[in-house]
Design a protein around this ligand. Structure first.
Ligand code: PLP
Length: 387
């Protein structure tokens, strides 16, 4: 059976060029990047090369890039490392759990955390951020793009508010990197998190941008790796892959590949809405990353639709990978004001660089058919149409 993968916000396949770039660093070039001998010099050079590439993607300097194990570590390093017990932190109610739970942990450390609400499109209001700032506010952490809806937050405006108030600003750009252009200077953030496996590098590697001169309390204590910001022997193959993925992402964005991706996503979205009634886009009306659409199919359970589509060869998801399988409706969709039933009837389709038009056409033939079949056996649908 032909399998179509439209769950790239959960993870992406490693691109062939990225895999080729990292391959020699498993066996042939295996040195510890901290060793003085040739083996170490070779891998040190590869790590510093990758640092340059990641910095170029973000508009940063190489010395401002700290390699990590991924998005969760970057988010935790920023939230814990830029705060101290007793301070006030501002975040939003639609963050990924890597920020949300890290902020809940700060509450255990006597920090006060404000979780800002969002509007029906999933947007944080910058005026709410301004109003939430207190004398002891130390950090604002608002994501750049949401993993479930793809909605892009007004991070530049929030960056200005943070700068005016003298507050540090971190943004989780895990779902933005490689999809939209990122310029840390324009955003005005002090810290920004990215993750390799959301941008066609492997799982288990990521980076934190940390503006020069920003004091950070490390999470790990050990050697002086990453200029004492992140102890632990570097994951050289992963870092090399992240560097290559950053180069591929930058070249793609310079070529305007994001417009092609948006056209494919829009074709999928419009095609579904034209064929399926009682369906709609969550986050409509807001700017979204080009690869994501989150659609509610009223009167059905999203989990059943995911399984039905998977049996037909189409991989999609009910939201963040971490919460799929849980019966709780998505905290993001609920925060946007969706009734719980509609949140439980929502599916995320996320495209990748490898997605083809033929795959979108196939998806368009499968989704309406599966939705119709599930509605036929759904008592909720039967009740709704007989009313
Ligand atoms: N932040 C966002 C917005 C994400 O979507 C994810 C993963 O889904 C993470 C953070 C965590 O990243 P990682 O899986 O690399 O730990």
């Amino acid at each position: 059976m032909r399998r179509i993968y439209l769950d790239n916000n959960a993870t992406t396949p490693v691109l062939p060029d990225v895999f080729e770039a990292m391959r020699p660093y498993f066996a042939e070039r295996f040195g510890n990047a901290s060793s003085i001998h040739q083996h170490g010099q070779e891998t040190r050079a590869a790590v510093e090369n990758a640092r340059e590439s990641v910095a170029a993607l973000l508009g940063a300097s190489a010395s401002e890039i700290v390699f990590t194990s991924g998005g969760t570590e970057g988010d935790n390093l920023a939230t814990a490392g830029l705060t101290a017990p007793g301070v006030h932190v501002i975040t939003s109610s639609i963050e990924h759990h890597a920020v949300l739970h890290a902020c809940k942990h700060l509450e255990n450390l006597a920090c006060d955390v404000t979780f800002l609400r969002v509007d029906g499109r999933g947007l944080v209001n910058p005026d709410d951020v301004r109003r939430a700032v207190r004398r002891n506010t130390k950090l604002i952490s608002i994501m750049m793009a949401n993993n479930e809806t793809g909605v892009v937050q007004p991070v530049e405006e929030i960056g200005k508010i943070a700068a005016e108030a003298g507050v540090l600003f971190h943004t989780d750009a895990v779902q933005a990197a490689g999809k939209v252009a990122i310029d840390v200077k324009r955003i005005g953030c002090r810290a920004l998190t990215i993750s390799g496996h959301k941008m066609h590098a492997p799982q288990g590697v990521g980076a934190l941008y940390l503006r020069k001169g920003t004091k950070l309390e490390p999470l790990f204590h050990g050697g002086r790796h990453e200029r004492s910001r992140r102890a632990g022997t570097e994951n050289v193959p992963g870092i090399v892959a992240l560097g290559k993925a950053a180069e591929v992402a930058k070249a793609g964005s310079d070529r305007g590949d994001d417009r092609k991706l948006a056209a494919l996503r829009d074709k999928l979205e419009r095609g579904i809405l034209a064929q399926v009634e009682d369906a709609g886009v969550n986050g409509e009306g807001a700017r979204r990353v080009p690869n994501t659409t989150n659609i509610h199919f009223d009167h059905i359970e999203a989990e059943s639709l995911v399984i039905a589509l998977d049996l037909k060869g189409l991989a999609v998801s009910t939201g963040s990978a971490c919460s799929s399988g849980a019966i709780e409706p998505s905290h993001v969709l609920v925060a946007m004001g969706l009734p719980p039933d509609r949140a439980r009837a929502s599916i995320r389709f996320s495209l990748g660089k490898q997605t083809t038009e033929e795959e979108i056409d196939l998806a368009l033939s499968l989704v309406p058919e599966c939705v119709a079949r599930l509605r036929e056996i759904s008592p909720r649908y039967t009740r709704a149409v007989s009313m």
